[in-house]
Design a protein around this ligand. Structure first.
Ligand SMILES: Cc1cc2nc3c(=O)[nH]c(=O)nc-3n(C[C@H](O)[C@H](O)[C@H](O)COP(=O)(O)OP(=O)(O)OC[C@H]3O[C@@H](n4cnc5c(N)ncnc54)[C@H](O)[C@@H]3O)c2cc1C
Length: 461
């Protein structure tokens, strides 16, 4: 970075409608904090953009002064790429407008929106698009990496529902991208992360959902894990696409519907959501109750927006987190045994292993149709290492890494870039698989100097 003079910063501020924060400014420390408390980086400047024009100004300023750039949407990325040391953090989190067109079933969503912002606006019309399971996540980062959640079996990945986007490229040009306009860039944005430009807004297809859905948790004793997981694997292979069931194994939080003696003990939970008529859903979920002798359940008809927030209390910002992840096309006996082995040695009360079920519509798109290529993934497993103090780092990270290595033989191809930690740069080509070569070509075209490199980086070489 060339040395920034006070005058340079004052000139930048003078024409910037949002906020420009320096170390020591009020709000600087709050703005640089992200979800994963393991990340503690100090940008030289934070540009809190209020408009797409501000994003252009920030990109041009960073270019002029050869500054490292990071982009912050919802600040949830586990790798912490939203924030950089000594560079310019382009913070989009103030850009929060959502416009829903209920007739066309489309939404235009600015890139500072969280899933909660988007869901609330769309559900006002009984509409939604597939998003993730923690409502404080950013729409931008989730979408650009692929995006999946409760609705994905029926309506596909988030990127499958992206119709167009407004982008600021590495040279500070504003472009509209869609299948018919700058189609190559549109291809790359749908899974290519933040490699190709800064998206200022997204246009999504919406679908009728709820607004009430049958959803909830059924919790089984850990000594029944083998039987529950084996039945879960079989059931999820053939369940209808409106139904989604995920598996979580962890130590039980003090949920009111669980007997007190279970709190803090290992459990296996099935989390379910039926995106159709709840009466029909009730019949379809009945077999799940027979998977074992449940400790308890909390299943009922509730607003879709409430279910989208159900996991928020377990996923609050401020903890230390380290993740590893595999895709699986099938959950084999070997995978199940390894999950159970490592779930019985959880190194902290907050660590968990979850298996998110996708499949259905997500597998019907050709792997080369867009940058996201994980079309043979029916399950995405996240080894979620989570704990409170730095003293626990070594033990918890070792547990996650060891389990990741032991479960690798059962995994299928590819990996979900949105679940990758900062030390996985050597896995990028594997993660993209079929689309990696084309992504490198696209990077050469749109970002030959690797201006956007605080991401799961596709190098232009
Ligand atoms: C608790 C939790 C639960 C999650 N659950 C799910 C889930 O159910 N399904 C799922 O698919 N994912 C899930 N994720 C992963 C999530 O998709 C990623 O963490 C994602 O990167 C978060 O996006 P963000 O905008 O919040 O992140 P940020 O950290 O703000 O951004 C991440 C990266 O995305 C890029 N980026 C962000 N905004 C832009 C933009 N406007 N233009 C260009 N590039 C940009 C940048 O490279 C940035 O470094 C979860 C994450 C967490 C922490």
């Amino acid at each position: 970075m060339t040395r920034l003079q006070k005058q340079n910063i004052d000139d930048f501020k003078a024409h910037f409608r949002g906020d420009v924060l320096l170390p020591g400014s009020a709000g600087y420390d709050e703005a640089r904090q992200i979800w994963n408390a393991m990340i503690d980086r100090k940008p030289a400047l934070i540009a809190r953009c209020a408009s797409p024009e501000n994003v252009v100004q920030a990109v041009r300023f960073a270019r002029k002064h050869s500054m490292l750039v990071s982009i912050r949407g919802g600040g949830h990325n586990i790798a912490g790429n939203a924030v950089c040391d000594d560079g310019l953090m382009i913070d989009l989190s103030l850009m929060k407008s959502v416009h829903v067109d209920p007739t066309a079933r489309r939404a235009t969503v600015e890139s500072g929106c969280t899933l909660a912002d988007f869901d609330a606006a769309a559900q006002a019309y009984g509409l939604a698009t597939p998003l993730g399971i923690n409502s404080t996540t950013g729409v931008a980062g989730l979408t650009l990496g692929g995006g999946f959640g409760w609705l994905s079996r029926k309506y596909g990945m988030t990127v499958d529902n992206l119709l167009s986007a407004d982008v600021v490229t590495a040279d500070g040009t504003r472009l509209q991208v869609s299948e018919t306009e700058n189609g190559d860039l549109f291809w790359g944005l749908r899974g290519g992360g933040g490699n190709f430009g800064i998206v200022t807004s997204f246009d999504f297809q919406l679908h009728p959902v709820g607004p009430d859905v049958l959803s909830g948790l059924i919790v089984f004793p850990f000594d029944q894990a083998k039987s529950v997981l084996t039945q879960f694997a079989r059931f999820t292979e053939t369940m209808p696409e409106e139904l989604n069931v995920w598996m979580i194994t962890r130590k039980a939080p003090p949920l009111p519907f669980l007997p007190e003696h279970v709190h803090g003990k290992e459990i296996v939970a099935l989390a379910l959501c039926y995106a159709g008529d709840p009466t029909e859903g009730e019949k379809l979920i009945e077999p799940l109750r027979g998977f074992g002798d449940a400790h308890g359940e909390h299943v009922g008809v509730q607003p879709y927006t409430a279910w989208q927030q159900a996991f928020d209390p377990l996923l609050t910002p401020g903890a230390r987190n380290y993740w590893k992840s595999h895709n699986f096309s099938q959950l084999s006996g070997g995978a199940i045994d390894t999950i159970i082995e490592y779930a019985s040695t959880l190194p902290s009360p907050h660590c968990e292993i979850f298996v998110g079920t996708i499949g259905g519509q997500t597998t019907r798109v050709a792997p080369e149709a867009m940058a996201y290529s994980g079309r043979d993934a029916n399950y995405v497993m996240n080894v979620h290492g989570r704990w409170e103090s730095a003293a626990e780092d070594k033990r918890c990270i070792a547990w996650a890494r060891e389990f990741f290595a032991r479960s690798r033989p059962f995994a299928s191809s590819g990996a979900y870039i949105n679940f990758m930690t900062e030390d996985e740069t050597d896995r990028i080509a594997f993660a993209y698989g079929a689309t990696y070569k084309r992504l490198v070509e696209l990077k050469k075209k749109y970002d030959p100097t690797n201006f956007f490199r605080m991401n799961q980086n596709i190098k232009p070489t």
